[in-house]
Each structure stands twice: as C-alpha cells, then as structure tokens.
Design a protein around this ligand. Structure first.
Ligand SMILES: O=C(O)CCC(=O)C(=O)O
Ligand SMILES: [Mn+2]
Length: 182
C-alpha cells in the first residue's frame, strides 16, 4: 500500500539524515571476491540482524529514525524494532533483485519503506513464472507498506538509471525477532 507524499517534512528529514548519519560502505563476498555494495548503508535497531551474509550489530536509534519508526508503526498498525537505511548517491547506485525473507523476519513480514530525496524507480516481479511485474516511482515523502505476502511472492529492486538524479535515502523499518540460541 503506497502513501504518496505522506511525510510533509520530507525535505528536512532528508537533509538531517544525509548529513548526520554515519553512512558506511559495506562489502559482500561473492564467489570469493570482495565487492563494494553499490550504495552506502547503515543499520540501527534493538537486535542484531543478518542480511545478505552481513551480520549487523544492534545500534542506538538516531532521534529522527526513532521518530519515523513510530510514525510508520502507527501507519502499519504494528511495531518495528530495526531500520536498514540506504543512500543511493546517484543513478549508478542501486539494489539488485531480492526479497526480504530472512528467517529472523518471520514467515510473512510487514516492512515499511520510507523514501526521501530524489525519486527512483522501484520494480517488483513475481517469483513464479506468471511474469507479472509492476513498477512504481518512489519520491520524497512516500511511504510504502509492503504487506505480509510481499516478500513471499515477490522480488523487488531499485535499478540503476542513466538519467541524472540526485541522492536518495530509503529507510526500511522491520520487525526482527530475537535470534534463536543454538
Ligand atoms: O530503496 C528501496 O526503495 C528499497 C530498499 C530495499 O529493498 C531494502 O533495503 O531491502
Ligand atoms: Mn528489500
């Protein structure tokens, strides 16, 4: 469910988060090669989270992120205890096809996605062979609530673009369960 321009203070939020957050360049190891992710990111939350082979430690909430977490929780009607923030510096930054279906998120996670800054395309395609696909443009202040079936049946991505675009921040608020003890 898309709530277009839901955040009236989107420009101020973008500036504060862009300037204040300790953005990091993370790397992934694929086939033995260390590859820089095509974006900057950071994680904050009450519990650790393992995402794409990276284990992200619990970290204190920036007050702006804590406030947005609460606003999203009210909109979605459920709590969130973590946020993954991505900074797409320009059109060559992107996020490849994936579903947010890690076990710690539970079988049918609801995820709230906040977009700030430049608009970017957000594509979805079904995991099965139907070929069904959708494309949205997520602009500053938009909030997308991805419902319980979204990660089960769909993949999504933010493709690179050759169009000149400014920086964009995306925040995904998630509810991560306490890691199981082994
Ligand atoms: O940038 C976006 O709109 C999506 C980000 C995303 O899919 C994620 O962080 O898992
Ligand atoms: Mn995602």
């Amino acid at each position: 469910m898309l709530y277009p321009q839901h955040l009236a203070d989107a420009e101020d939020l973008f500036r504060r988060l862009h300037d204040d957050l300790p953005w990091r360049q993370e790397h992934l190891t694929l086939f033995g090669k260390r590859i820089a992710q095509p974006r900057l990111s950071l994680y904050q939350g009450d519990v650790p989270y393992t995402y794409s082979g990276l284990t992200l430690a619990a970290a204190a909430w920036h007050p702006v992120l804590a406030d947005l977490r609460d606003r999203c929780a009210e909109l979605a009607g459920m709590p969130f205890n973590t946020v993954l923030a991505n900074l797409y510096r320009d059109g060559s930054d992107s996020m490849d096809w994936h579903a947010d279906d890690e076990a710690e998120l539970g079988a049918e996670p609801v995820i709230a996605s906040v977009s700030l800054g430049a608009p970017r395309r957000f594509q979805m395609r079904r995991k099965d062979k139907t070929g069904e696909a959708h494309c949205l443009t997520l602009g500053g202040g938009d909030v997308l609530i991805m419902g319980p079936k979204s990660q089960v049946h769909w993949m999504h991505r933010v493709p690179k673009t050759k169009t000149t675009v400014g920086p964009r921040i995306n925040l995904t608020f998630r509810f991560v369960r306490e890691p199981q003890r082994r």
